[in-house]
Ligand binder design. Structure first.
Ligand code: PEP
Length: 251
C-alpha cells in the first residue's frame, strides 16, 4: 500500500515572512505522515526558517534544485550536503522549467539523483512531455528515456524510495489538466518502465505523482486512480487555504 504524497512547489514566489507564516497557518491541518506525506518545496533562502518551523510537525521541507557536486568553484550553487546539513529532506530534480530554461539534462538529473541519495535526501524527479511530443506519438518513448536515464545506476532500494512526478509540460501553469485517465495511463507506463529496469515489487513501491494545474476540485479524482499516488502542485499551493484544501481532498 503506497502513501499519498502531496508536494507544493512555490517556484520563485513569496518573501521570508509570508513563507514562515504559511507553515504556521497549515500546521494544525496537516494529515498524519503515516498516510499522507506533506512536502513544501521552497526557494533556498527560506529553507532554514521553514525547517525550523516544521520541527515536530509532519511537514517535510524540500529544495527545488541543487548541484550534484559536494563543493567547489560553482558560484551561485548549493550542494546536497548544505541542504542535508540544515534538515532538508527532499529535493525536486529536473523540473521542466529547469530543463527548459536552465539547461538541465537527463545526465545532470541522474548525477543529482545519485548525489541526493548520498546525503539521504529523497529526490522528486520530474518527467513529462511537450504537447508536440504527445501529438507526434513519441510521448511514451520520451518518458521511458527520461525515467531510465534518471534512475540509471541506482540500487533497487534507492529506486524504491524515489518519487517520480509526471508533469506534462503543456499542463503546467496553463489551467489545462490531463484527464484522470490520461494522467493514470502515463503513470502506469512509468511504473512499467521501472519494473523493467528493476522488478515489479520495487516498481509497486515507487510513489508516482501527477503535476499540472492540480487544484482542490480535481485532486480527488486524480488521486482515486490506480497509479497516481500524489500531486506536485504549483499555483494552488501558494495560499495556505488552498493548500490545506488539497491536503483534505487528497486524504
Ligand atoms: C509545478 O510547479 O510543478 C506545477 C505543476 O505547477 P501548476 O500546478 O501551477 O501547474
Amino acid at each position: 500500500m503506497r502513501k499519498t504524497v502531496i508536494a507544493g512547489n512555490w517556484k520563485m514566489h513569496k518573501l521570508l515572512n509570508s513563507a514562515g507564516q504559511f507553515i504556521d497557518d497549515i500546521k494544525s491541518s496537516v494529515p498524519s505522515a503515516m498516510k499522507t506525506e506533506t512536502i513544501v518545496c521552497a526557494p533556498y533562502l527560506f529553507l532554514p526558517l521553514l525547517v525550523e518551523k516544521a520541527k515536530g510537525t509532519d511537514i517535510r521541507i524540500a529544495a527545488q534544485n541543487m548541484h550534484f557536486e559536494e563543493k567547489g568553484a560553482f558560484t551561485g550553487e548549493v550542494s546536497p550536503g548544505m541542504l542535508a546539513d540544515i534538515g532538508v529532506s527532499h529535493c525536486v530534480i529536473g523540473h521542466s522549467e529547469r530543463r527548459e530554461m536552465f539547461g538541465e539534462t537527463d545526465d545532470s538529473v541522474n548525477k543529482k539523483t545519485h548525489a541526493a541519495f548520498a546525503h539521504n535526501i529523497l529526490p522528486i524527479i520530474c518527467v513529462g512531455e511537450s504537447l508536440e511530443q504527445r501529438e507526434s506519438g513519441v510521448m511514451e518513448s520520451h518518458i521511458r528515456q527520461q525515467v531510465e536515464n534518471a534512475l540509471s545506476g541506482l540500487s533497487d532500494e534507492q529506486i524504491s524510495k524515489t518519487i517520480i512526478a509526471y508533469e506534462p509540460i503543456w499542463a503546467i501553469g496553463t489551467g489545462k489538466t490531463a484527464t484522470d485517465e490520461e494522467a493514470n495511463d502515463v503513470c502506469k507506463h512509468i511504473r512499467k518502465t521501472i519494473a523493467e529496469l528493476s522488478n515489479q515489487e520495487i516498481a509497486d513501491q515507487v510513489i508516482i505523482q501527477y503535476g499540472g494545474s492540480v487544484k482542490p476540485d480535481n485532486i480527488g479524482d486524480l488521486l482515486a486512480k490506480s497509479d497516481i499516488d500524489g500531486a506536485l502542485v504549483g499555483g494552488a499551493s501558494l495560499e495556505a487555504d488552498s493548500f490545506v484544501k488539497l491536503l483534505e481532498e487528497g486524504t
